[in-house]
Design a protein around this ligand. Structure first.
Ligand SMILES: Cc1cc2nc3c(=O)[nH]c(=O)nc-3n(C[C@H](O)[C@H](O)[C@H](O)COP(=O)(O)OP(=O)(O)OC[C@H]3O[C@@H](n4cnc5c(N)ncnc54)[C@H](O)[C@@H]3O)c2cc1C
Length: 406
């Protein structure tokens, strides 16, 4: 298993449960700090202490899963082995690539130049989110620009959630009228899915957030406070909060035949890599159409552990991931929306996971409580690879007003 993040940890734990004790499971990661990434959204607003979000990776793994604290340097597909950064090599029968994404800060001109960490920030890393807390607290007013450099990014709704929380934060400080809040996206609308886009763009409008679309940032000038798009449009800011470009992990880029041009792993719905049938991929590392989200890694875990077990038994992997994604969208003032969709079906109205459940596509306090409670569910049920009643890999269809995705 390359990576002891969300996907790698839950997949290793699920496999430990299914495979025989004689089957060895080894998880590689460079450090022993597992970060609960959804919590990064709350750090800049003082709503989550950074230390609470980090726990030992090794401690999240079931007994019988070995944790090796070293990065994988490269995968040698021809010889079914990984080469590690500490100079070792380990052969495998099955490899699971769970190496997530890399924040490619260097890929955007000027992003980490003058102004980085002062008027240009990101909350996509723990140091970034922590330093942004200071910048938000000290912000005296002006144009606050929130958005992404370009897609793909993990949790594509996180910058929107940041906007909603910024609106709440500055209203609470009685400063909202001195702040021009702008949401910047490379998409042609607030969000990709039409039903969801309607709900989210309505919220932006109601909260007085300006929406700038089709803006893919080519250059950041942190000294002057200006972003320039690839089509030469410019936009000014006093404080910018940006999700950087994402790529697949460097070890994928270094492994001939494994990744695509952005180092994501071309992956089939069985979660087998297109490169070789004994290589599987999970989570953000794949090139699948589904969002790069922890919920996707969670749902994929069931498919992956089933298929790896069959593969090791000499049987054809027969489970397929349907693109099921589920996401709480924090909207401020102790409310949140919940969306649930897959590759075929648009986010819908109704309830999740069953007719008695959380309201979909509607702002509610119950969804906000769900978002906060998710942190405990993550550590106690999702990472340990436990089955959660009524929540399986496939999108539940009961009590949904279904619309086919384009
Ligand atoms: C701000 C923010 C908010 C988010 N909010 C949500 C949310 O509300 N809901 C949701 O579902 N998702 C959310 N996510 C996304 C979610 O955290 C990720 O999609 C999820 O963690 C993906 O799991 P993963 O295992 O693919 O990657 P990760 O959890 O990132 O794990 C990848 C692991 O691979 C390791 N690795 C990389 N290279 C190597 C190597 N060469 N050798 C060994 N190990 C390696 C890394 O160190 C890392 O530990 C959010 C993300 C962010 C940044």
């Amino acid at each position: 298993m390359i990576g002891g993040g969300t996907g790698g940890t839950l997949a290793a734990n699920r496999l430990r449960h299914r495979l025989s004790p004689a089957d060895e499971i080894v998880v590689f990661d460079a450090d022993d700090r597992h970060l609960y990434q959804p919590g990064l959204l709350f750090v800049p607003f003082g709503l989550a202490p950074p230390a609470r979000l980090v726990r030992s990776r090794a401690a999240q793994l079931r007994r019988g899963v070995e944790f090796r604290r070293t990065a994988v340097e490269q995968v040698d597909l021809d010889h079914d082995r990984v080469i590690t950064a500490d100079g070792g090599a380990l052969p495998y029968d099955v490899l699971v690539v769970a190496s997530g994404t890399r924040l490619a800060l260097e890929a955007t001109d000027g992003l980490t130049g003058p102004g980085w960490g002062k008027r240009v920030h990101t909350f996509y890393s723990l140091p970034g989110a922590t330093s942004l807390a200071g910048a938000l607290a000290a912000f005296e007013g002006g144009r606050l620009l929130v958005g992404m450099i370009d897609l793909p990014i993990k949790c594509p709704v996180a910058p929107l959630e940041f906007c909603f929380l910024a609106d709440w934060f500055f209203r609470r400080k009685k400063m909202r009228s001195s702040i021009q809040l702008t949401y910047l996206t490379s998409l042609d609308a607030a969000f990709t899915k039409e039903t969801c886009n309607r709900a989210l763009s309505g919220l932006l409008e109601r909260k007085g957030v300006e929406l700038v679309t089709e803006f893919a940032t080519g250059e950041v000038d942190g000294a002057q406070g200006r972003l320039t798009a690839y089509d030469d449009r410019e936009t000014d800011f006093d404080l910018a909060v940006l999700a950087p470009l994402h790529e697949g992990a460097s070890c994928v880029a270094r492994s001939p035949g494994l990744g695509d041009a952005l180092a994501f792993v071309p992956t089939q719905p069985t979660l087998q890599a297109k490169a070789k049938p004994n290589v599987f991929a999970i989570g953000d590392a794949t090139d699948l159409r589904a969002s790069k989200a922890g919920s996707v890694a969670h749902f994929e875990g069931e498919v992956l552990s089933h298929n790896v077990t069959r593969f090791l038994a000499g049987e054809e992997p027969d489970a397929r991931f349907d693109g099921h994604t589920n996401c709480f969208i924090e909207t401020g003032f102790d409310k949140a929306l919940l969306i649930d969709f897959n590759d075929e079906i648009e986010p819908t109205l109704g309830h999740f996971p069953s007719p008695v459940g959380l309201p979909l596509l509607k702002e509610s306090r119950l969804n906000h409580i769900g978002k906060l409670a998710f942190e405990q569910l993550y550590w106690r049920a999702i990472l340990p690879g436990r089955d959660i009643p009524f929540i399986g890999a496939s999108m539940p269809l009961a009590d949904k007003h279904l619309e086919k995705a384009e």
